[in-house]
Design a protein around this ligand. Structure first.
Ligand code: ADP
Length: 297
């Protein structure tokens, strides 16, 4: 029987510098990246979907084609007169910096179109992030969390990556409060320790895991760059070693690809340590190449 994985969030146009000085256009965004990798990790017993909103212009249509072509089922509300968000990567002396145009992105209204969430059932999984929460207006955020709470009560597993991005929030306190609210509807939380330590003052990975366990998550997976991943399941805390990458070319989507492989394991009955180990192997390959979406097979 097919199980369904539904990622909920924003996909953006990516303008990335090429060697000839021109910019190449692609599409990326945290939970979308996870859906993209998920499609490559899981076999056809898992249907991978992406829920968002786009505009009715040409670039929105191209985005939908890209999503479909990647094998991800698009669940996209088409909002007349709107468009999608865009970011541009600048390279100066080898350092990357990002400029964003996302204030009018149709994805900000995705919470008005959550029908697909209600169609999930036991054995399915919904995935969202702190960035999904950050782009929504207050009422939309409340609607999304409500819908996920109902799905969870109906047996859908909810996975959440806090993905702390202070630039997207009015202030740090608002971000931390909203992220903890998001964590309260989740069964699986996948934080990154460095960000968590700076915004929640966690002394160590166990403190991060305990905070999310207390919010109600049965499984917390604390990522920490090249350092071991901490798995907290019930009262058991286990570390999974990470082999430091041979070459670090571009760390974009390390966490997103890790999430995909880990959650694929969760959906197919793999043990959490085995899934974390395979997830770390995939993430290490992803940081060895340029761009968010890396073909690793
Ligand atoms: P994020 O990209 O979300 O900030 P992390 O930096 O914690 O997350 O990285 C996510 C995962 O990517 C890590 O758990 C690890 O598996 C892998 N990873 C990140 N940096 C390295 C590295 N230098 N060497 C090997 N693996 C890495």
């Amino acid at each position: 029987m097919t199980k369904r994985f539904l990622a909920i969030g924003e996909c953006m146009v990516e303008m990335a510098p090429r060697e000839d000085g021109a910019f190449g256009m692609g599409f990326a965004g945290d939970v979308f990246n996870t859906a993209w990798y998920m499609r490559r990790c899981c076999d056809e017993r898992v249907d991978v979907g992406f829920l968002s909103a786009i505009g009715d212009d040409d670039v929105s249509r191209r985005m939908e084609e890209f999503i479909r072509h990647a094998g991800v089922s698009p669940h996209l509300a088409v909002l007349p007169g709107r468009s999608v968000g865009l970011y541009l990567i600048s390279l100066r002396d080898g350092e990357r910096s990002f400029s964003y145009w996302r204030s009018v992105s149709a994805a900000r209204d995705l919470a008005d179109h959550l029908g697909e969430v209600t169609r999930l059932g036991p054995g399915d999984m919904a995935f969202f992030s702190g960035i999904t929460l950050a782009i929504l207006p207050d009422a939309g955020r409340a609607r999304l969390l409500d819908s996920l709470r109902q799905a969870r009560a109906a047996g859908v597993r909810i996975a959440f990556d806090p993905n702390l991005r202070p630039r997207l929030w009015a202030d740090g306190a608002t971000m931390c409060a909203a992220v903890m609210e998001g964590a309260c509807v989740a069964d699986i939380v996948l934080p990154s320790f460095e960000d968590e330590a700076s915004w929640f003052d966690d002394a160590d990975k166990a403190a991060t895991a305990r905070r999310y366990r207390e919010a109600g998550a049965g499984l917390v997976v604390v990522k920490d760059g090249a350092l071991p991943v901490l798995l907290a399941q019930g009262d058991d805390f286990d570390e999974v070693a990470v082999t430091p990458a041979q070459s670090i070319v571009d760390t974009t989507a390390a966490g997103d690809s890790f999430n995909a492989r880990f959650l694929c394991g969760c959906m197919t009955g793999e043990s959490a340590p085995d899934a974390a180990c395979a997830a770390a192997t995939l993430a290490a390959k992803v940081i060895g190449a340029r761009g968010a979406l890396v073909e690793t097979a």
